[in-house]
Design a protein around this ligand. Structure first.
Ligand SMILES: [Zn+2]
Length: 225
């Protein structure tokens, strides 16, 4: 009987967060839709927040929501509330593999089309790909093929595509070799790639990714790293 009690307590100690975040991390309501997701500790993360050091923004929508981040490619996406023209920095070094920047920003109160979002995609050396979406008109500051360094300003946020207000939507997609071939036909492939859980090495420690403004109304500050 003693042994049975000891194991759960040990697990609790091993997986609990730093003391000041304990209340947040043990709240059973949090991450309920993301149960089992493998968020690594911030200190081990290869990513930084996609905004400049010293700036603070709150999270409009986090991971695994029933809103527009339910599963698959959008499951581990974030929406960051920020005014049009906010400087976006590369979360990780890589090569720009896709740029769209010809769409006009939407008038407030209107919603655009999914495929009319400006964006910049950056491929990392492990094959994963960061996608920064809803940029402003001409908001990509790099071209396809350019190298970008972690922390470098690469884009300006905006309000283009399927959006109800100015924000940055971003996610990192798993490497193609990790994606599932979902084409049932022989000799054909159709890769279904998911987003991956992200943490960030330059903000306060947390267990379940970045928490939305209901739980963290003051948002997250990008700290020096
Ligand atoms: Zn989003």
């Amino acid at each position: 009987m003693k042994k049975l009690l000891f194991i759960p307590i040990l697990l609790l100690v091993l997986f609990s967060c730093s003391p000041d975040e304990e209340t947040i991390c043990t709240d059973s309501e949090l991450g309920v839709n993301c149960q089992g997701a493998d968020y690594i500790q911030n200190s081990d993360s290869p990513y930084v927040l996609p905004w400049e050091i010293g700036k603070t923004f709150s999270i409009g929508q986090g991971n695994c929501t029933e809103g527009s981040h339910p599963f698959g490619q959008l499951q581990f996406a974030y929406d960051i509330n920020m005014p049009i023209g906010t400087k976006i920095v590369a979360m990780r070094s890589g090569i720009v593999v896709k740029v769209i920047e010809s769409y006009e920003d939407l008038e407030s109160g209107t919603v655009g089309l999914l495929d009319e979002a400006n964006l910049i995609n950056v491929k990392h050396d492990d094959g994963t790909e960061a996608q920064y979406v809803h940029l402003t008109l001409n908001g990509a500051l790099k071209n396809e093929g350019d190298s970008v360094v972690q922390g470098e300003v690469i884009a300006l946020s905006g309000n283009t595509g399927k959006t109800t207000g100015p924000h940055l939507h971003f996610q990192v997609i798993q490497a193609l070799t990790e994606c599932e071939d979902t084409d049932p036909r022989e000799n054909y492939t159709w890769y279904s790639c998911n987003s991956i859980p992200l943490t960030f090495k330059n903000t306060s420690e947390h267990c379940l990714g970045l928490l939305d403004s209901n739980f963290k109304p003051n948002g997250y500050t990008a700290e020096p790293y």
